[in-house]
Design a protein around this ligand. Structure first.
Ligand SMILES: NC(=O)c1ccc[n+]([C@@H]2O[C@H](COP(=O)([O-])OP(=O)(O)OC[C@H]3O[C@@H](n4cnc5c(N)ncnc54)[C@H](OP(=O)(O)O)[C@@H]3O)[C@@H](O)[C@H]2O)c1
Length: 397
C-alpha cells in the first residue's frame, strides 16, 4: 500500500479521472478535471469541468454531496485551484464544505497554482495526498496539451506515421497506400477522433488527396489543417470539397487574395502566420491544443527543427521498400548516433502484423537537426511520379 493511501482510493481516483475525460473537448482552455466525494465508502457526489465560466469539478461534486461532504474524502484528478478566477477558489469551497481529506491525481501545471492549492488545504487542517502511481501519470497525460499550452502557448503535437521496416513512408513514386495494416489504420482513426486537429503538409494533400476524417472511429472528426507556405491548395482536393462538412483550415504564410477567396467560398478558413511556431500558437489559442500531425517528411523535419513535435506514434509495417524512397523525416543525419533525435518513455505495441512505437521526443531543436530538402521530397511536393535514386542521408532514429 502506498503511503497515505487507503483501500479503495485507487478506484475513486480512477473514477475522477474518467469523469475528467468527459470534459475532454469542453474544458479548453481550462484543464480537464473530474472529482468524486466519498463518505463512509459511498460516492455521494461527482462531477467534471465543462469549460470556462462553468463550475469547477470540485464545486459540482460538493454541491451534489451537500451536507454529506462534511468529514468526507474528495478525490480530484488535478490539484484544486486557489485563485480568484471567474468561479472563486476551489480550496475555499472544499474547506467550507468540511471535507477532511483530499486525494489528488496530479499537481497543477499552471505555475500560478502548482502546489499552492495543496498548501492552502493543508493550512486549513485538511489531510492531502498526491498519487504517485500509474493514475498520477494518467492524470498528468490527460492535461499534457493544456500544460504545453499554458507554459508555452503551443499545442501538443503528436507525429503519426506509417513506415516500412527500412523506415520509408512511401514507395519511390510517392505511393503510400497502404503501408500499414487495416488494424493500424483503425487505430489511426481513433487517434484522430481523440485529437482537436489533424494536420498535414500541402505535399501530402497534393500527392495522396486524403480525407483525414475519423470515419472508422466512434468519435467526432477533428478539424483538418493543411500547411503550405504559398497557400497552394487545389480547389478539387477532397479536404476542400468536404470543408462544409468538416472544418478545414489552410495555414499559410502568403496566399493571393483570389485563391484565398475561392477557398473561403468553399468553406476553407485561411489562416495567415509568419512561420510554423506562430501558426501553431494561433491554432492553440483557438482551442486546437492537441494536434495529430500526419504529414510527410518535409514538414516533419521543419516541425522537428523548430522544436514543435512532442511525441511520435509510428506504425512499422513488415515491408521493405528500398533505396530512393522518402524517409520518415527529411533531415540530415548527424555524424554520431549520440547526437540523433531519440525518444523516451517508449511503449511498443502491435496492430495486426505491424508494431507500433510510441514515445516522447527528448532531443529537440539540436543543432544537428537540419532540414535537407532532398530532390526526392521536392519532387514529391510537385507530385512527380518518379524519383531520383539518391535517397540522401538516412534518418533511422
Ligand atoms: N507513410 C506515412 O505515414 C505518410 C504520411 C504522410 C505523407 N506520406 C508521403 O509523403 C509524401 C509527401 O511528402 P512531403 O514531404 O511533400 O509532404 P508534407 O511534408 O506533408 O508536405 C510538404 C509541404 O509542406 C509545406 N511545408 C513544408 N515546410 C514548411 C514550413 N516550414 N512552413 C510552411 N509550410 C511548409 C510545403 O507546402 P508548399 O509547397 O505548398 O509551401 C511543402 O511542400 C507522399 O508520398 C505521401 O504519400 C506518407
Amino acid at each position: 500500500m502506498r503511503r497515505g493511501f487507503f483501500m479503495g482510493d485507487d478506484e475513486h481516483l480512477d473514477r475522477a479521472l474518467r469523469l475528467a475525460r468527459l470534459g475532454r473537448r469542453e474544458a479548453h482552455p481550462n484543464p480537464r478535471v473530474g472529482a468524486v466525494v466519498v463518505a463512509g465508502g459511498e460516492v455521494v457526489g461527482e462531477g467534471y469541468h465543462r469549460g470556462p465560466g462553468t463550475p469547477h469539478a470540485e464545486a459540482v461534486a460538493l454541491a451534489q454531496a451537500g451536507v454529506r461532504a462534511r468529514g468526507a474524502t474528495l478525490f480530484v484528478s488535478l490539484e484544486p485551484c486557489c485563485r480568484y478566477g471567474r468561479t472563486g477558489p476551489c480550496t475555499e469551497k472544499i474547506v467550507a464544505a468540511g471535507i477532511s481529506r483530499v486525494v489528488v491525481g496530479a499537481t497543477d501545471p499552471n505555475p500560478a497554482v502548482d502546489g499552492r492549492g495543496l498548501a492552502a488545504l493543508r493550512a486549513a487542517g485538511i489531510e492531502t495526498v498526491v498519487d504517485d502511481g500509474d493514475l498520477h501519470t494518467l492524470c498528468e497525460l490527460l492535461n499534457e496539451p493544456f500544460s504545453r499550452f499554458i507554459r508555452e502557448g503551443l499545442p501538443f503535437v503528436t507525429f503519426k506515421a506509417a513506415v516500412s521496416l527500412d523506415g520509408k513512408v512511401a514507395a519511390a513514386g510517392g505511393d503510400a497506400r497502404w503501408i500499414s495494416s487495416t488494424q493500424s489504420r483503425r487505430q489511426v482513426h481513433r487517434l484522430r477522433a481523440a485529437a482537436d486537429a489533424v494536420m498535414v503538409g500541402a505535399g501530402t494533400v497534393r500527392r495522396d488527396d486524403p480525407l483525414l476524417t475519423a470515419r472508422d472511429a466512434d468519435g467526432p472528426d477533428p478539424v483538418r489543417v493543411v500547411v503550405s507556405r504559398g497557400g497552394d491548395l487545389a480547389l478539387d482536393a477532397l479536404v476542400v470539397q468536404s470543408a462544409r462538412q468538416t472544418p478545414t483550415i489552410l495555414l499559410t504564410e502568403t496566399i493571393d487574395d483570389a485563391a484565398a477567396r475561392a477557398l473561403g467560398e468553399r468553406g476553407v478558413e485561411v489562416v495567415r502566420a509568419g512561420g510554423l511556431r506562430e501558426g501553431l500558437a494561433t491554432l492553440a489559442r483557438r482551442g486546437l491544443v492537441e494536434i495529430l500531425f500526419e504529414g510527410g517528411p518535409t514538414l516533419a523535419a521543419a516541425l522537428l527543427r523548430d522544436d514543435l513535435i512532442d511525441r511520435f506514434v509510428v506504425f512499422v509495417a513488415p515491408l521493405v521498400v528500398g533505396r530512393g524512397a522518402p524517409d520518415l523525416v527529411a533531415m540530415a543525419a548527424p555524424a554520431a548516433i549520440a547526437d540523433c533525435l531519440s525518444l523516451s518513455d517508449v511503449v511498443w505495441t502491435t496492430a495486426g502484423p505491424d508494431i507500433v512505437c510510441r514515445g516522447r521526443v527528448v532531443k529537440r531543436g539540436a543543432a544537428a537537426i537540419a532540414t535537407s530538402p532532398t530532390a526526392e521530397t521536392q519532387a514529391l511536393g510537385q507530385g512527380a511520379d518518379s524519383l531520383p535514386s539518391s535517397a540522401g542521408p538516412e534518418w533511422e532514429g
